[in-house]
Design a protein around this ligand. Structure first.
Ligand code: SF4
Ligand code: FES
Length: 231
């Protein structure tokens, strides 16, 4: 751990803007800035992976870029660490390599939907409850907070969200079994832990992904494995 002083920070500054100011100060003194990950700064890309005072993204249901300095008191000591999990090697300072999450998504493969011009809006009817459930799961921004928060380093909320998103849509049905088998196996190969219902993942998730996505993934995986054995 290295001590830095953050001076003249407005309560309206975001956490990342505070780090920008600390880095400007370091650069003006000819010192190395702190390396940290960020991109959209709007809570949608999932890049700003910091553990703040022991909590992924600093508090529940937010991203680091949407955390504001008014949540801290003048003179507070704030502990900032990179997201910790065995499959997240630290690249430098506060930046970890979350490529394992991308490899899980890639393992899921493509869907056989027609591409080209936009289809007619009513060509494939999706019941409202199914559409809502798919949209809820699709809100996952792939930030990795669920993994960093889990004592087991489990990626099951993240993978469950990706599996659930497509499992609720008609377009996701042809490859449904193959997709869940490949994604869960890639998750295991990457070294993520299993879920033992701590529910720390659900508590920190900035997209409010419910832990029920893990149930759907487990059910789909079991059914697909049985079919594989029978075949
Ligand atoms: S499930 Fe939530 S915490 Fe996990 S990667 Fe998706 S958005 Fe982030
Ligand atoms: S920088 Fe994109 S979600 Fe925080």
């Amino acid at each position: 751990m290295v001590d830095y002083e953050a001076k003249n920070i407005s309560p309206d500054a975001s956490f990342l803007e505070m780090l920008d100011l600390v880095n400007e100060d370091l650069l003006s003194k000819g010192e190395e800035p702190i390396a940290f990950d960020h991109d959209c700064r709007e809570g949608i890309c999932g890049a700003c992976s910091l553990t703040i005072n022991g909590v992924a993204h600093g508090r529940s249901a937010t991203t680091t870029c949407q955390l504001y300095m008014r949540k801290f008191k003048e003179g507070d000591t704030v502990y900032i660490e990179p997201f910790r999990a065995r499959p997240f090697p630290v690249i430098r300072d506060l930046i970890v390599d979350r490529g394992a999450m991308e490899r899980i998504q890639q393992a899921g493969g493509f869907i056989t939907a027609r591409t080209g011009s936009a289809p007619d809006g009513n060509a494939i009817l999706v019941p409202k409850t199914q559409a809502d459930a798919a949209m809820e799961a699709a809100a996952c921004i792939g930030c990795g907070a669920c993994i960093a928060a889990c004592p087991n380093g489990s990626a099951m909320l993240f993978v469950g969200a990706k599996v659930t998103h497509m499992a609720h849509l008609p377009q996701g049905q042809p490859e449904r079994a193959e997709r869940v088998l490949k994604m869960v196996r890639q998750m295991d190969n990457e070294g993520f832990g299993n879920c033992s219902n701590y529910l720390e993942c659900e508590a920190v998730c900035p997209a409010d992904i419910p832990a029920s996505v893990i149930n759907l993934m487990n059910r789909d995986y079991t059914v697909a494995s049985l079919k594989e054995v029978v075949a």
